[in-house]
Write a protein of this length. Structure first.
Length: 145
């Protein structure tokens, strides 16, 4: 379900901001290898899902060791309903509970206004390499206390 929400969010909310080859690379295929790596969780991500009407509509991931908000994805039908905000706020609370005072993230260009509205500051434009494809991104951070 996690990978499905991830892909649906990207295809529905970011497709107008990136070329098809980047969208395709960004959407992690749900195959044996990717599922095994997801379950292995090599970066020890803390993962949350958000539900509406008993359906998973969003997800978030936090890497404590890197002080990184790694992911926040919401299904297009649940966008602009407070799901993403609730996920980010919960991750921030988890970060504070684990004695972090700052979070960093790489935002897609379409999500930059969302994170800015939550108090994240831009540290400039950058690129993220997604399975061999260059993807425009924005490095952002926020002090939590």
């Amino acid at each position: 379900m996690f990978l499905e929400v991830h892909a649906q969010s990207i295809r529905g909310l970011a497709a107008g901001h990136y070329p098809p080859e980047v969208i395709g690379a960004w959407c992690v295929p749900a195959n044996e290898d990717t599922l095994a790596n997801f379950i292995k969780n090599p970066d020890q991500e803390l993962r949350l899902v958000a539900e509406m009407d008993d359906k998973v509509v969003g997800l978030a991931a936090l890497v404590l060791g890197a002080s990184e908000l790694r992911a926040c994805y919401v299904l297009p039908a649940a966008a602009r309903k407070g799901v993403g905000t609730a996920l980010v706020r919960e991750m921030e609370q988890l970060a504070v509970a684990h004695h972090l005072d700052r979070l960093e993230l790489l935002s897609s260009i379409n999500a930059e206004p969302f994170y800015a509205a939550l108090g994240y500051q831009s540290e400039g434009c950058t690129e993220h390499i997604v399975r061999g494809h260059r993807m425009a991104a924005v490095k952002m951070s926020k002090r939590l206390r």
